[in-house]
Design a protein around this ligand. Structure first.
Ligand code: URP
Ligand code: ZN
Ligand code: ZN
Length: 468
């Protein structure tokens, strides 16, 4: 059935204007004034913004970590994402050394296939480079459409790769047309500092942050950027949390090195004092990199404003406070790292960013959607409101005031890291390829309706095919 969104204000990464949108067969097929089509369902967007669905480039759904598994899976995670105005997620597919990459990718397909309610894709973790891996990577790109590789520079003895692996990944990615993503923290130094802290009897959650100071993130970011320049490759630094890392990204970009940076809502809205909350509550705020002193927040906002950082990912990796985070009682190194952020990513960026004049409305759309589509091979299929693009659309009320709470959120976890935060603006209706997923704030989607997206190679701004 055809649908017309009427009387809304369309917002893209470049324009803000009043127009109606005609949707047919899951695509935007006309944008114009006063569109009238017999038999089409009319959706009134008077007083609301109409923007492209958010693209979350950084999620960990049902991911094994620290002896447990992240709580939100492709069902609860994508439902919560849709409530929050996100219509595409790109999740990290973990690999195991010595095992075929194809098995890891199959595991991720099995986790997501009948569950996702919005479209999704995968990044591939690279933990080692050897003949087998090099033989498989062309298939990963050409057949699976996975065109981004992730290297962890931290989590020693678990996920961490060495510099040779990072450098060979950068060289290979350049040859094959993939974007290399890094978790940039110096894992060896963190290992030394955590052992020292524990030996001195420091076990509380705040020591998670004190043993991962900004310098270890700045150093790793600078190293990854320099290696990218040497390989003449391309790099995307995930979850940038501090001024030191922004400085290194800026320095590299000024030298012409192809480096991009992502931050996350937790670094914009929370700070290290949250880790000091009593009764072990600080564990709710354990992320890597850790929350920082408050002054880093303004450094991140101004980097988003002036383009030194370009995207916002959620880094969704949720664990219940009771039964998961409390694995680290008496030893902060055992607290599973990560938190529930997928649902509030878009709204926090709008409320704290646009409403507080830190970024413009068009920058907001670019940061939470369009730039991600461009960097990760989904543009112009996704990430914009244009004729021919998928009708992944959010109707957003910019005036509604609300308070974030675990009592009303849709994630599966027993707390919300932003509990009590007052924000303005909320998605009212969300469509994925022209079908309602959220209608008037109610979930009306279908499990398994989300499609796996094969993505274009890095730098190719061409359309891509969606596949089930
Ligand atoms: O603390 C975090 N960020 N947990 C998720 C895994 C990762 O490092 O991104
Ligand atoms: Zn990470
Ligand atoms: Zn992550």
């Amino acid at each position: 059935m055809k649908k017309v969104i009427k009387n809304g204000t369309i917002v893209t990464a470049t324009d803000t204007y009043q127009a109606d949108i005609l949707i047919e067969n899951g695509k935007i097929c006309m944008i114009g004034s006063q569109i009238e089509v017999d038999g089409a369902e009319e959706i009134d967007a008077t007083g609301n913004y109409v923007f492209p669905g958010g693209i979350d480039p950084h999620t960990h759904l049902e991911m094994p970590f620290g002896g447990t598994v992240s709580r939100d899976d492709f069902e609860t995670g994508t439902i919560a994402a849709a409530f929050g105005g996100t219509t595409t997620v790109i999740d990290f597919c973990l690999t195991n050394k010595g095992e075929p990459i194809a098995n890891a990718i199959q595991t991720w397909h099995d986790k997501s296939k009948d569950k996702a309610v919005i479209d999704y894709s995968f990044h591939l973790m690279i933990g080692e480079i050897n003949e087998n891996v090099l033989n498989e990577l062309p298939t990963v790109i050409e057949e699976e459409g996975i065109t981004s590789f992730k290297v962890f520079m931290a989590y020693k003895n678990v996920l961490q790769a060495d510099d040779e692996t990072l450098f060979r990944t950068l060289v290979t990615a350049k040859e094959l047309g993939a974007l290399v993503m890094v978790h940039a923290e110096n894992g060896d130094v963190i290992d030394y500092l955590t052992k020292k802290a524990l030996a001195e009897g420091h076990t509380d959650p705040v020591y998670h942050a004190l043993t991962r100071p900004p310098e270890v993130e700045g150093e790793a970011t600078g190293r990854a950027a320099q290696l990218t320049g040497l390989a003449n490759s391309q790099l995307y630094v995930v979850h940038v949390s501090c001024a030191e890392a922004v400085e290194k990204i800026t320095e590299a970009r000024n030298k012409g090195i192809d480096v991009w940076g992502e931050t996350c809502p937790q670094y914009l809205a929370l700070d290290i004092s949250d880790l000091e909350k009593p009764d072990f509550e600080g564990a709710k705020y354990v992320w890597s990199p850790p929350l920082r002193e408050k002054h880093h927040q303004e450094a991140l906002w101004s980097a988003l404003k002036n383009g030194q950082l370009q995207t916002l990912g959620s880094d969704q990796c949720s664990f219940d406070f009771k039964g998961q985070k409390d694995l680290g009682k008496g030893n902060f190194t055992k607290i599973p790292n990560g938190g529930p952020t997928i649902e509030d990513r878009v709204s926090i960026l709008f409320s704290e960013g646009v409403n507080k004049d830190r970024i413009t409305l068009n920058q907001f759309v670019d940061i939470m959607s369009t730039r991600n589509a461009k960097l990760f091979g989904l543009f112009p299929l996704k990430g914009t409101i244009a004729v021919g693009s998928d009708a992944d659309i959010v109707i957003f009320d910019p005036h509604v005031e609300r308070v974030i709470s675990a009592e009303t959120h849709h994630m599966a976890v027993d707390y919300n890291a932003f509990e009590g935060m007052e924000i303005t603006g909320e998605p009212i209706t969300v469509m994925s390829r022209g079908e309602f997923v959220i209608k008037n704030k109610q979930f009306v989607g279908k499990l398994g309706s989300g499609k796996y997206l094969k993505r274009a190679k890095y730098g190719e701004l061409k359309n891509v095919v969606t596949e089930s």
